[in-house]
Design a protein around this ligand. Structure first.
Ligand code: PLP
Length: 384
């Protein structure tokens, strides 16, 4: 973070998107830079620092600055066209034959990509329960494991991995630690401060927060050779986010602190109330003391425990599907992190091999009135 700005808190800097003002009009909202090409100087140089639209863009840089500040990322942040584009760029920066250890419970599309595509490029992948550090320690291979990939809290059981512990194990084996921090957001967890090397976000989710942008982000602890390779992959493969999306993302991020606070408060309230509901067998939320990852979450998360929770319906899978069909205010849709609350039967989406129990409904808590959210789901559960 530039020292001139460190006088203000992250919340203040985020609300003003780092305080950028258009130098010509003095507009408090900077213009969207749409140009794909830039005038060369008379001596043929590019003194503005911009050459072409695929590698770089001023609007993208402004949004990246907000993210780098939030994650305290020394190497800075990189925006991608999706969360998957961001995540896969990290794996593509590895070499054929490199060994990866990844969380068994993780975003299903990425697990799928690792199992189908990454292996075709010669990467070797093992999935372990990374919430168990002994299992992680056993899975890494000294000198062969080059990347440990964890997701915490992880989809859709909200399993918690000890980031500092995982970093220690990864580094001792000569590997990097990357953390998919989508569901934690930089407001609840800062993985780089806990020893991670790279943090990834599906910015599609709570960072943007309005379900109208698909975007991904990486932030790096160190501008080392590996990070340079990731930067180069985005540049050459054209995986950069578009300027309009970057502008929308920046607008969304201005309210990130307010949204995540409201969402985490409602999520905890709902978790506590549904834990005592006669039609709910179990609530999975790291904010509940009975959650297996609660103690670690309490240590490595702040400002609450996030906006994601799951419930397991007492009467089983069919009742869970009926419940999702009967809600009115909750929206039956995939994705998460938006201002509108979403409900989804995950097992039917993830298909065979999923660690997701069939009676589970995933809940993404938005910013609606929490009494309305409770009443809607309570009625749907009781009538199912
Ligand atoms: C949505 C999501 C992704 C993928 O992001 P896209 O923008 O959809 O490509 C990765 N990880 C997690 C945890 C997600 O929720």
């Amino acid at each position: 973070m530039p020292s001139s700005r460190s006088r203000w808190s992250k919340r203040s800097l985020t609300a003003q998107a780092m305080g950028h003002v258009d130098p010509i009009t003095k507009a408090v909202v900077p213009p969207i830079h749409v140009a794909t090409t830039y005038i060369r100087d008379e001596d043929n140089a590019y003194s503005s620092g911009f050459v072409y639209g695929r590698p770089d863009n001023a609007t993208i840089r402004e949004a990246e600055e907000v993210l780098a500040m939030l994650e305290e990322a020394e190497a800075g942040a990189l925006l991608f066209s999706s969360g998957m584009a961001a995540a896969t760029a990290v794996f593509q920066a590895l070499d054929p034959g490199d060994h990866i250890v990844a969380s068994k419970v993780m975003y299903w599309a990425l697990r799928n990509w690792l199992m189908t595509e990454a292996v075709r490029w010669g990467l070797k992948v093992d999935f372990v329960e990374t919430d168990n550090l002994d299992a992680l320690r056993e899975a890494v291979k000294l000198g062969q494991t080059k990347l440990v990939w964890i997701e915490t809290p992880s989809n859709p059981l909200w399993t918690i991995t000890d980031i500092a512990g995982a970093a220690e194990i990864a580094h001792a084996a000569g590997a990097r630690l990357a953390v998919d921090s989508t569901t934690a957001s930089p407001i609840h967890t800062r993985p780089l401060n806990l020893g991670a090397d790279i943090v990834m976000h599906a910015a599609t989710k709570v960072l943007n927060g309005h379900s109208d942008v698909v975007a991904g982000a990486l932030a790096g602890a160190k501008a080392d050779a590996f990070w340079a390779r990731v930067v180069n992959i985005r540049k050459m493969q054209g995986a950069i986010l578009g300027p309009f999306e970057a502008y929308l993302l920046m607008r969304g991020m201005r309210t990130l602190h307010v949204r995540t606070a409201a969402q985490a408060k409602s999520a905890l309230d709902l978790a506590q109330r549904f834990a005592a509901h006669p039609k709910v067998a179990r609530v999975l939320y790291p904010g509940l003391p009975q959650h297996p990852g609660h103690d670690i979450a309490a240590r490595q998360m702040e400002n609450g425990f996030g906006y994601m929770l799951s419930i397991q319906v007492s009467d089983g899978e069919a009742a869970a599907i009926r419940t999702a069909a009967r809600v009115g205010l909750w929206k039956r849709a995939t994705s998460l992190g938006g201002v509108e609350s979403l409900i989804e039967h995950r097992a039917s989406i993830e298909g065979p091999g999923t660690p997701c129990p069939p009676d589970l409904l995933r809940l993404s808590t938005g910013i609606e009135d929490v009494e309305d959210l409770y009443r809607d789901l309570d009625e749907a559960l009781r009538s199912s």
